[in-house]
Each structure stands twice: as C-alpha cells, then as structure tokens.
Write a protein that binds this ligand. Structure first.
Ligand code: GLU
Length: 304
C-alpha cells in the first residue's frame, strides 16, 4: 500500500497543501527551447499561485543519462532565472521506492512477467489483427501470464523479463475502489481535450510497467514521485497527455492522490518540427553562447 492508503479523491488534499508543480527532465542531452518553455511555464505557474516549484531528475535509464547533462540542466535553468527547492530528487537514487510500488501491484495481482522479446511481440501483433492498432507506445499488445511451470523454467535459466500491467483487470480493480477514473485537464491535449477526461488506459494494451533493463519504468517512477513530492499540478508538454490515462490508473491502484494536469502546446522550429536534443542550435546553451539574454529567450518563447 502506498503512503496515501485508500485515497481516491484529491480535491481536499490540494486544498490542504496548496500548489506544487515540477519540471522533470531526463539528462540525456542538453535542454532545448521546448524544455525552456515547459520549465518556465511551470515556474511561472508556481510563482503566480504562491506555490512550490520542484526540479526532478528523471535518470532511471542509466545507459542514456550522463552526469555532464545533469550539470548542464542545473546551469541552464539557473541562467534562465529559475529557483527550485533542494535537495533535488534524482530518481536513480530511489529504485527501492519503485520496487516497492511494483510489489504493491504484484500484491493486487494486476501485473505479470513478460519474457517476450521485441521480435516476439512484433510477431504476436502481426498475427493478431486485434493488436494492430497503435497505442501511445506502439501496438496495443495484450498478453497473459505463463503457467507456473513454464515461468519457473525460464526463471531458472535467468531469462530476462519485463512486468506488464494487465490493463483490463487493473481497471476493474481500480474502478471497484475509486469508481470511474477521470483526470482533470486544465490545459489541453493534442486534440484540445480539456476538463474532466475519462481515463482509458486500455489504449496502451498491457503496458510495460517495469522494463527488463531497469526494473521500473518512466510511468511508475513518475507517478510515485509526483505523489511523494506532493505535486498538485503536473505541467508538461502535450506529448505526455496520453500517458496520463495510464498514470491515473496507477494512482488509483497505488492509493496515490491524483494531481491536476496542465498539458501545454509543444514548441516547434520554423518548419513546424519539434525540437530534439540533437538540434544543437535550439539548445538553451547555444542561445546563451550566441549572446541571447534570459529575457530574450523568454520573449522568443512568447512569454511577456
Ligand atoms: N522526463 C520526461 C521528459 O524528459 C518528463 C516527464 C514528465 O514531465 O512527466 O520528457
């Protein structure tokens, strides 16, 4: 059970603890103007509400994260004029927390080990037309646990496995506890979705909730940390709008309060393309080295 046992309705909690939001980058490259927009949007919202602004380093994927990029995050955000609470929560120091959350899900019997390789998943999807529709993370693959006998044999061989959430059973259990699952969108999704949004985590199929290589996932770690850090408002790009359907389900299963969501538009270049970390010229660092001031960056992004 999580730190907030049985909690399903977060309104009263928000009233008690005020406003807290966060910026949660992954140190896999230099921050670009899209990140600057997100960080400034969250920071300004916290200031306007007289609330808290947190920075969280989402570095569970140790193979892709670099200490130099983490240092650059602190430097670039400070240069932009942001201040955040310390100590900063670094997810790589909290794998035990995420393992505990996974244990809770195991206790609810809503996850199963999946030993399939990418290729096997692709083959399974190819041979079953009902898997063909793509969800936010690819095909909507729905699997099932192996028999104890087969699973034991694979475990004995140390075969690697991921944990998948059995979405159908998970939704059933969550709705028995909390009633129909909704999240509150105060910004907008990619198709202007806003207001009370019915959570439809089934769009993921059975999502991987703990990766083979990491023993957790972005979804589990992020939902856990938002609750632990008392985040009341999640402010982030609309590319993560769909993930919220799954996040709401995880909150209900883990007994975590649901924050309010404010997804914002994505910043694009002159050709309408999203910035990527590899576009060096669009990094905050390059702006700074090119002689721009933090105020120039703010104005260029449309902040007054
Ligand atoms: N770490 C994610 C990213 O860098 C952001 C996750 C979130 O805001 O929930 O895209």
């Amino acid at each position: 059970m999580g730190p907030f046992p049985g909690l399903c309705d977060s309104d009263s909690i928000h009233a008690m603890i005020g406003f807290a939001t966060r910026f949660a980058p992954s140190p896999t490259g230099l921050l670009h103007l899209g990140h600057a927009y997100s960080a400034l949007t969250a920071y300004d919202a916290a200031r306007a509400a007289g609330g808290r602004f947190l920075l969280r380093i989402e570095d569970i994927d140790r193979a892709r994260c670099r200490p130099a990029f983490e240092d650059a995050i602190y430097e670039d955000l400070a240069w932009l004029g942001l201040e955040w609470e310390t100590p900063v929560r670094r997810q790589s120091a909290h794998f035990d927390d995420y393992a505990g959350a996974l244990e809770t899900l195991r206790g609810l019997d809503v996850v199963y080990r999946c030993f399939k390789t990418r290729k096997e998943i692709a083959d399974a999807v190819g041979s079953a037309p009902h898997f063909a529709a793509d969800g936010p993370e690819g095909p909507q693959y729905v699997g099932a646990p192996l028999s104890t006998h087969d699973e034991d044999a694979l475990l004995k061989q140390d075969a690697p496995y991921a944990w998948r959430l059995c979405a159908q059973r998970a939704v059933q259990i969550a709705e028995e506890r909390c009633g129909p699952l909704f999240f509150v969108e105060q910004g907008a999704g990619p198709r202007e979705q806003s207001g009370d949004i019915k959570a439809t985590p089934e769009i993921f199929g059975d999502p991987v909730i703990a990766r083979k290589d990491l023993a957790t996932s972005y979804h589990l770690a992020s939902v856990w940390d938002d609750a632990l850090q008392g985040v009341t408002h999640v402010i982030r790009g609309e590319d993560l709008f769909h993930a919220t359907h799954l996040h709401r389900l995880l909150q209900a299963l883990l007994g975590l309060p649901a924050p309010v969501y404010r997804h914002h538009r994505l910043i694009t270049d002159a050709q309408g393309k999203r910035f990527a970390k590899r576009d060096r010229s669009a990094t905050i660092r390059a702006q700074r080295e090119g002689g721009a001031s933090p105020q120039d960056v703010r104005q260029g992004l449309g902040f007054v």
